[in-house]
Design a protein around this ligand. Structure first.
Ligand code: FUB
Length: 306
């Protein structure tokens, strides 16, 4: 408890210490962050916004990897996975997530399917968090025709994978409807049924993490998007809606988060459109501290900007 208290007392100081750095990636436009802590290093995998200034629509052909050991300085390792690495896909490197299991690294990605109308979810695998990654199954893991039909063809996007303490992995994804399923031990097949979670104004970008006895499901809601969250005592729910986690972000209608603990502090990683010439299709990844209340709920994020 004392440790929590002292963390709260120093929160202003900590926010200031991050302040000079947002957006943390300045040499390229980045979006949809997914972070993984492995061997004391933060591996930050992002989308790559390549649209020209002033033009509309996502132009996203690959995903980028950055590493950091202080959450402020990020080394750019370039595009370590591309849409062309998936023979069954025809573009649109939308949101993705990398997790480690059994010494292998699984990268779940959103892609436009070449044959099934709409977005699908694929998975690549590597022996190192830096790659080389290759398509793990040579086909989509989840396609639009496997799930309940909605009016849109991009309702199967934004995979987020959570591995519980007992080794069971879960995949959460969706736009408009939040879906989840168990993954088999091999991480490349769905096990059992696809379920739906009822969350108020759910838009996209689910992310599940655990702290102590609680599981947290954060997600982008409404449009322009803010990030709300729900809590549960199991990764299978039931989820209790808890309210606002991050307000809307400057200069970007989308809002997409990753939450990780690193060196005893919790971080909220997201994007905005604040780099020069930035905007909805030229976004930039930011990092801020995340703090919990004593009852396990999360304090609303204080967005810091340069
Ligand atoms: O970056 C393309 C899409 O925009 C993502 O898949 C969504 O989460 C939104 O950020």
């Amino acid at each position: 408890k004392n440790k929590e208290k002292s963390k709260e007392d120093t929160s202003v100081e900590k926010q200031d210490s991050v302040k000079a750095y947002n957006p943390v990636i300045k040499d390229v436009y980045t979006a949809d962050p997914a972070a993984m802590v492995y061997n004391d290093t933060v591996y930050l995998y992002t989308g790559h916004d390549e649209q020209e200034a002033g033009k509309d629509g996502y132009l996203m052909n690959d995903w980028l990897l950055f590493t950091s050991t202080d959450m402020k300085n990020f080394e750019n390792h370039g595009p370590v996975l591309k849409t062309t690495d998936f023979s069954w896909a025809k573009g649109d490197a939308w949101a993705a997530h990398v997790v480690e299991k059994g010494g292998k690294f699984y990268w779940y990605v959103t892609l436009e399917h070449a044959a099934v109308p709409g977005k699908s979810i694929g998975v690549a695998v590597a022996d190192s968090p830096r790659g080389p990654f290759k398509d793990a199954i040579g086909k989509a893991l989840i396609t639009n025709d496997m799930t309940t039909q909605t009016d849109i063809t991009w309702d199967d996007i934004d995979p987020a994978v959570f591995i519980d303490d007992d080794g069971q992995a879960y995949i959460y994804w969706g736009n408009t409807v939040c879906k989840w399923a168990k993954l088999k031990d091999n991480m490349i097949e769905i096990e059992g049924d696809i379920h739906v979670i009822d969350l108020p104004k759910f838009t996209e970008a689910p992310w599940v993490h655990k702290r102590g006895e609680y599981y947290y499901l954060s997600f982008a809601a409404d449009f322009p998007e803010y990030i709300d969250y729900a809590m549960a005592t199991s990764p299978e729910g039931p989820w209790e809606y808890k309210g606002r986690l991050n307000d809307r972000v400057p200069n970007s209608g989308t809002n997409h988060q990753a939450i990780v603990e690193y060196k005893d502090d919790w971080y909220f990683i997201y994007h905005n459109g604040k780099l020069p010439d930035g905007g909805d299709f030229r976004r930039s990844v930011c990092v801020d501290h995340l703090y919990y209340n004593e009852d396990g709920t999360i304090k609303q994020i204080v967005q810091t900007e340069t």
